[in-house]
Design a protein around this ligand. Sequence first.
Ligand SMILES: Cc1cc2nc3c(=O)[nH]c(=O)nc-3n(C[C@H](O)[C@H](O)[C@H](O)COP(=O)(O)OP(=O)(O)OC[C@H]3O[C@@H](n4cnc5c(N)ncnc54)[C@H](O)[C@@H]3O)c2cc1C
Length: 418
Amino acid sequence: MKRVLVLGCNFAGLTVSRYLHKEAKGKIKLTVIDRKNYINFIPNIPIEVFSNNNPADTMEFPFQKHLKSDGTEFIQADVEEIDVKGRRVYYTPNERPGSAREFIEYDYLVIALGARLAYDKIEGFAEFGHTFSDTTYGNKVRQYLYNDYKGGHIAVGSDLFVQGKHPKLPEVPIALAACEGPPVEIGFSLADWLKRHKKGNEKSITLFTPADVIAEDAGETILNKLLPMVSDMGFGYMNNTHGIKRLYKDGIEFKNGKSLEAELKIVFPNWEAHEFIKKLPIVDDQGFIVTDLFMRNPDYPEIFAVGDAASVTVPKLGAIGHLECEIVSKVIGNEVAGKNEEVKPLEPMLICFGDMGNYKGFYMHTNEWWGGDIRILKMGITPYMMKIGFKTMYKTLGGKVPSWGMPFAKLVADHVSI
Ligand SMILES: Cc1cc2nc3c(=O)[nH]c(=O)nc-3n(C[C@H](O)[C@H](O)[C@H](O)COP(=O)(O)OP(=O)(O)OC[C@H]3O[C@@H](n4cnc5c(N)ncnc54)[C@H](O)[C@@H]3O)c2cc1C
């Protein structure tokens, strides 16, 4: 029996663990380590905030019962070191302070530890910044909106993302922002919130980007529809900011020398690799795990990476991580079970359901940015329903979205237009 160790148990870690169990049932002993014992359902945090719910009450789903039902062992601990030559991972259980450091050995290692969201590198963020990328920050911005917001201007956008390079990486387009679906989505839904609370409208919001265009991974065709629409609606727009220099009480100063006055500054940072991973011989020059398009490290073939931790996951999207989890579980499943099922390499694409407020949403399905020919943009009630539906399905099934789940969602969203 091969020992498979999965590090991290949010989107990518939970999904790959559940799929691994399916593909390699009875042939592996599976252990999962995460520092917390629940899923943080990040994409739906903004919806909860704009409904005045503390996302910590509604968007944290316990996962242990799902792992247990597969026979997967879970260890709640801080992962501290990976010895890639000795095939060992060192960790410290974190339930109570003072626990002793231990190690665990593996035959296969799947790294799903996500990234470090570097708010601490943005001067003034702690005092003047807001964001939506976890439940703590989500609740902080909710409290600000409902208790302290004075109706002033709002800036929403991203800091510069520094994408890793490595000679053994497959070719991936360069992104200057880690994940720009969220700022666009928040722009739309925040405008709706402002109107509902009689505190403003689209003109109260400026979207900004370090890149030439916002959400460049949406591809030219979709952007040619989206950007004129955003401008007709009245949103302000600033591009080529080159990154955030600092936040101050009344605004943001950018690295291109310009600044933007804003009472509320909603920002997304650089996605960085975890410090302890940066020094390993399996990473690119920024510390993200180098893999081929089967998510396997070329120098240590027993090591895989999925989700935001992987270098080829650009932009840092859960939907791309999902495709990677399917691939890794099939590759390992084939090897341990002596199967020969066809596994196709990663073909990255953007699949995104975004909230626009007032029970409407947008749906993007495109691979144009990666050189493909899919370019679908829909807006209406259906994408909103699909966004809520996906959360419910993910929670109920504990990350084990059935094999028809993603194709079915694409089929419905691609062909239904209300
Ligand atoms: C506001 C927002 C909205 C988004 N909306 C969408 C969307 O609509 N669609 C989409 O596809 N993507 C979306 N994304 C991106 C998506 O959330 C991420 O791509 C996804 O969460 C990545 O999953 P992951 O499992 O790779 O990493 P993470 O979700 O970051 O999980 C990493 C896990 O590793 C654990 N961990 C980290 N370090 C350690 C350690 N040292 N020891 C133990 N455990 C550790 C963490 O506790 C965590 O559970 C959004 C992101 C944001 C911020």
